[in-house]
Design a protein around this ligand. Structure first.
Ligand SMILES: Cc1ncc(COP(=O)(O)O)c(C=O)c1O
Length: 420
């Protein structure tokens, strides 16, 4: 279990807070996040990379968790932001990150989106040459392009974001054309970017990927004469969801640094190196709490809860596995349960064959690694509220997202007059 979590008798604590008490006070579904864990995760990855790269920027990938309180912790620690669109850019700015520290890497953005980004003065990283054509008379002085290095990996196919089947970025020969055209249109300074997949735990993968990417950078250096202001190697740094080993970030940074110096160090001596971790910074800081609302035992044990795939979609979407524990019982895990929610889909399983002590209606379950890609991917399907969120800090706990009401859900809908 992650070091910030521990049992005291039968109660699971996150840092100094009894999670049963939180569930009782705020109700469930509830996501509790540890501020200290986020800070420690940031320090670990920052220290590993800054040892090698003196000119380093860590841009937190907001898509992992876009709660402004979470973003503010990372902003105070020193992060900029990686955002996918102007809305995420607005949330980053609302959370105190200044536009020059925001990188917008979009995919299929509209002209309106791109114009908003230009107006906001955030850094723009374009995913395709046609995206540049849309704004060719309005290009900023500093521009970047996303390369598809032709290789990438992720824990599931859905989170591989490079390689032949990916919809992201452009191959190096198209990128060369894009950079040349941008120069013709007066762009003065350049960056380059890749993001090849999420939740990778092997330093050797990052070594191989960085070699391929830096060779692409070298080709572009040679073909265009560009000396890059920044080189953004994306995120993808993984966390264990079950019994895997942790990613060795020191080794990862060392290997990436080796390929940098071997391949392009002398061509881009002053380039800022950017990393864009999302999951690594926040995933293991969070636990999602659910109340058991039913137990079926017709040949197999199904524990029904108030937390379904509208809140945690990853198991239904990718077959992701999250560790699940009982928050108010620390007995031997003698039983196997399928854990489900209230959604009218048979994909609504939060976990299958989960080892737990005997549980009953009213018990509280805790779903680990709920700090990343849980709240930010949740929905109101079946008109259910998303989870409320609480931040655990040194001075106690703070509500950071109120539970949605039925009014929040119908507020933007209109019944035309003739139907009243
Ligand atoms: C452009 C970009 N940067 C960063 C990330 C963050 O990835 P991760 O959470 O795996 O670090 C993603 C995730 O898909 C992304 O698309």
């Amino acid at each position: 279990m992650i070091e910030n979590f521990h049992y005291n008798d039968n109660s699971l604590f996150l840092d100094s807070i009894n999670l049963n008490d939180l569930a009782e006070q705020f109700g469930t579904p509830l996501i509790a996040i540890s501020e200290n864990r986020i800070k420690n995760n940031y320090n670990r990855i920052y220290n590993a990379f800054s040892r090698h790269f003196k000119n380093l920027r860590v841009n937190y990938a907001l898509k992992a968790n876009s709660n402004p309180a979470v973003i503010s912790i990372l902003r105070k620690a020193g992060c900029g932001a990686d955002v996918a669109n102007p809305n995420e850019a607005e949330i980053a700015m609302y959370s105190g990150i200044s536009p020059e520290n925001i990188m917008m890497t979009g995919n299929n953005l509209s002209l309106t989106d791109l114009k908003r980004a230009i107006e906001m003065r955030v850094n723009i990283n374009l995913d395709d040459i046609n995206q540049m054509n849309l704004i060719e008379n309005d290009l900023p002085e500093l521009l970047s392009f996303r390369i598809n290095p032709g290789y990438g990996n992720g824990q599931f196919d859905g989170i591989k974001t490079a390689g032949p089947n990916s919809k992201f970025g452009m191959p190096v020969d198209y990128a060369i054309k894009a950079y040349k055209k941008a120069m013709e249109h007066g762009v003065k300074r350049f960056g380059i970017h890749m993001m090849a997949g999420s939740n990778n735990l092997d330093p050797e993968y990052f070594h191989k990927l960085s070699k391929i990417f830096f060779n692409d950078v070298k080709t572009i250096n040679k073909e265009t004469g560009i000396n890059f202001d920044f080189i953004d190697i994306g995120g993808g740094f993984g966390v264990p969801y079950s019994n895997e080993n942790e990613l060795n970030v020191e080794k990862t940074a060392e290997l990436i640094n080796n390929s940098f110096h071997e391949i392009i160090g002398d061509l881009n001596p002053d380039a800022e190196i950017i990393i864009e971790p999302g999951r690594y910074l926040v995933a293991d800081s969070g636990i999602a709490l659910a109340t058991v609302t039913d137990i079926k035992n017709y040949g197999r044990l199904i524990a029904g809860t108030d937390l379904g795939m509208n809140i945690l979609i990853r198991p239904a979407l990718y077959g992701a596995v999250h560790q699940i524990v009982c928050v108010n019982k620390h007995g031997d895990p003698e039983y196997k349960y399928d854990i489900t929610g209230q959604i009218c889909e048979n994909t609504d399983f939060i976990g299958k064959n989960i080892d737990l002590p005997e549980i009953s209606i009213g018990d509280i379950l805790g779903i680990m690694n709920a700090g990343a890609y849980v709240s930010s991917m949740s929905s109101n399907y079946n008109s259910l509220s998303r989870a409320a969120e609480v931040l655990i800090s040194d001075d106690g706990f703070h509500m950071i997202r109120r539970r949605e009401t039925i009014h929040d859900m119908i507020n933007n809908t209109i019944i035309p007059g003739h139907l009243l």
